[in-house]
Structures are given as structure tokens and as C-alpha cells.
Design a protein around this ligand. Sequence first.
Ligand SMILES: C[S@@+](CC[C@H](N)C(=O)[O-])C[C@H]1O[C@@H](n2cnc3c(N)ncnc32)[C@H](O)[C@@H]1O
Length: 179
Amino acid sequence: MRLTKLAKEQLSKFLQPGDSAIDATVGNGQDTVFLAMQVGLSGQIHGFDIQDDALINARQLIEKQAPESNVELYLAGHEKMDKHLPDNMRSNSAAAVFNLGYLPGGNKSVTTRTNTTLMALDLAWAKYLKPRGMLSILCYPGHPGGQEETEAVGDWLIKINAKVITTRSLGPVLHLVQK
Ligand SMILES: C[S@@+](CC[C@H](N)C(=O)[O-])C[C@H]1O[C@@H](n2cnc3c(N)ncnc32)[C@H](O)[C@@H]1O
């Protein structure tokens, strides 16, 4: 099974209508729409991406597939989530989804970076995820800098000392962690 599908399968068992969640890497919006559908009209999703093109695609997808949903998208790096997320998201996010790497169909040289990824993981984990909230991190080692980022995420997971379920499929690595 594709790791994106596996992550969604696990998150769907866990997310409830009315929940809040963070999409740390919106990209073309597939994960954002999925999260919006899980939390329903009473829930809220906050999403981040540094590329305008990504947010344009994501907005179109949301308009088509989840037009009534309560989604806030920020043209900003996830490492700056603190500047954008409302106070009511603190210790209140049921899930945070990081699908690292580059925008599918976009500029492959614009990728997530180790430094900012780790900053965002720290914030999501310590400040925004609620107790028992789920962190999903999909790492792609294949692009320049991807191997370093994948290893750094592995080290970060050791540092937070949480129970992690890790699945590998040749290159990509999916980590699911409950707070
Ligand atoms: C693999 S794609 C995400 C796919 C997406 N979740 C989807 O469902 O289509 C990774 C995305 O991370 C974005 N990105 C790179 N650096 C970022 C940062 N510092 N903060 C937020 N997004 C970033 C890229 O622009 C790219 O769109």
C-alpha cells in the first residue's frame, strides 16, 4: 500500500468530526481535503505552504471537493506556524501532517529543509498537538537534502522519546506518532 494511503487510513481511524488539525505541507491540497473531510463542517484545518502555486492548486481542490469546509491556508513556512495559528489551536490539534519533499508537478528544487522541518516539528509537537494527538511524517530521502532530512527526523523522534510506528517502502519512510 502507498504510504500516503496508509497515513490516511490510520488518521481516518483517529480523527473525529469537530476536531482541529494542521497540514504542515499543503502542496496540491490532497491531504488538506482529506483532513477537512474527516473533521467535517464543525472542525477546522490550518495549512501551510511556502509556494503560491501550491496554495492556488489546493484552493481549487478544496473548492471542488470540500467547499463548505473550515480551512485556513497560510502562505508561510510551517516553522512560522506560531505567528499564524489562533490561540484556540494550542494543545488542541488532533493531528499534524507533514508530507515532506517537493510539490508534485511543481519545482523540484523547492523542498522542505531539515532546519525548518525540525523547528516546525518541535512547535507542532510541544505546543499545538493535544494529548494523544497524532503526528504523521512522511519523509522522502530521494531528492537533494532528503536523506539528511529523513535522518534528522529519525533522530528527532528518538529525542522526543515517544512510541513511533514506522513503515518503509523502499525509499520513503512514514512515521506515525501519538503524543
Ligand atoms: C510533498 S509536497 C506536499 C504534498 C501535499 N500534502 C498534498 O497532499 O498534495 C511538500 C510541500 O511542502 C512545501 N514546503 C516546502 N518547505 C516548506 C515550509 N518551510 N513550510 C511549509 N511548506 C513547505 C512545498 O512547497 C511542497 O508543496
